[in-house]
Design a protein around this ligand. Structure first.
Ligand SMILES: [Zn+2]
Length: 288
């Protein structure tokens, strides 16, 4: 089926108490691996790319590849632009075929975040494109944006309610203690805060920094109302480690069609694990 907006699939997830996986991919094989996993498990899926990946590959290449993957698949698939603060690039991605965009103005004061988000929501809604915005600051490193731990501010629940009402944003990523990259210890997730935000905000909530959160904590976040989980770093590591293992055993290997095979398999398995963890197996029919 064609690429779809992620709004309906995330609303269905929120209503059904499960979560849709959003995987950051950087190569064709990574894209194929996560789509094949979603297809096999009959799960809805969000493919996403950061601004860094969009600049690396080009939004048109990414949208064309994602469109082909979606057309070959029978589960609902959305293509999402992760963390973007560049309005012209957001428009460029929508025009290229992205069906969901994140405007991240979380580093600006509340009023400015509202203003920038509202502007994107107006344009995106006219194109039936899903929107996501962030409140508070998620810690860690995302492309070239670095948020030191002490600066990682958690989202205020009342502000979340006000923000969604003022902007009309389709989905909200509140900072609740997770971080980008790999955790040094365990993440310090504020579950009570998730519960409070979910009680005030009907829109689907997005869990950023999904790499390396212990399974039980992911399940708790989902049970409390997190409807989308972003996973990036863990996927890159699994994919790269599998390629490194090939070269360790076969330093003479020079055929990407061979050394990419185990990498794709490793990514397929990891993506399938995350989809199962998020509880979205056999949920493709909820919106397809
Ligand atoms: Zn993020």
């Amino acid at each position: 089926m064609p690429l779809v907006s992620s709004t309906a699939m995330l609303q269905a997830a929120r209503a059904g108490g499960y979560c849709v996986s959003a995987f950051n991919v950087h190569t064709l094989e990574m894209l194929q691996a996560v789509v094949e996993a979603a297809d096999e498990l009959r799960s809805p899926l969000i493919i996403q790319s950061t601004v860094g990946t969009v600049k690396h590959l080009g939004p048109d290449y990414i949208a064309a590849a994602a469109t082909t993957a979606a057309n070959r698949s029978s589960v609902p698939i959305a293509l999402h632009l992760d963390h973007c603060s560049d309005f012209p690039l957001i428009i460029q991605c929508i025009r290229a075929g992205y069906t969901s965009v994140m405007i991240d103005a979380s580093h600006s004061p509340f009023e400015e975040n509202v203003r920038q988000t509202k502007k994107v929501v107006e344009v995106a809604q006219a194109a039936s494109v899903n929107t996501e915005a962030e409140l508070g600051k998620v810690g860690g490193v995302e492309d070239d944006i670095v948020v030191e731990d002490q600066d990682a501010l958690l989202a205020d629940p009342e502000e979340c309610e006000k923000f969604v009402a003022l902007t009309g944003v389709s989905t909200l990523a509140p900072a609740i203690g997770t971080a980008h990259g790999i955790y040094k210890g365990e993440p310090n997730i504020d579950f009570a805060r998730i519960e409070r935000i979910a009680s005030l905000v009907a829109a689907p909530l997005v869990l950023h920094g999904g790499s390396g959160i212990p399974d039980e904590q992911v399940k708790r976040c989902v049970a409390l109302g997190m409807s989308k989980m972003n996973v990036a770093t863990e996927l890159r590591i699994a994919f790269s480690d599998a390629i490194k293992a090939v070269f360790q055993q076969h330093p003479e290997e020079n055929d990407p069609r061979k050394y990419m095979v185990p990498a794709k398999q490793a990514l397929f398995e990891l993506a399938a694990d995350k989809i199962r963890l998020c509880g979205s197996v056999n949920k493709a029919g909820d919106t397809a």
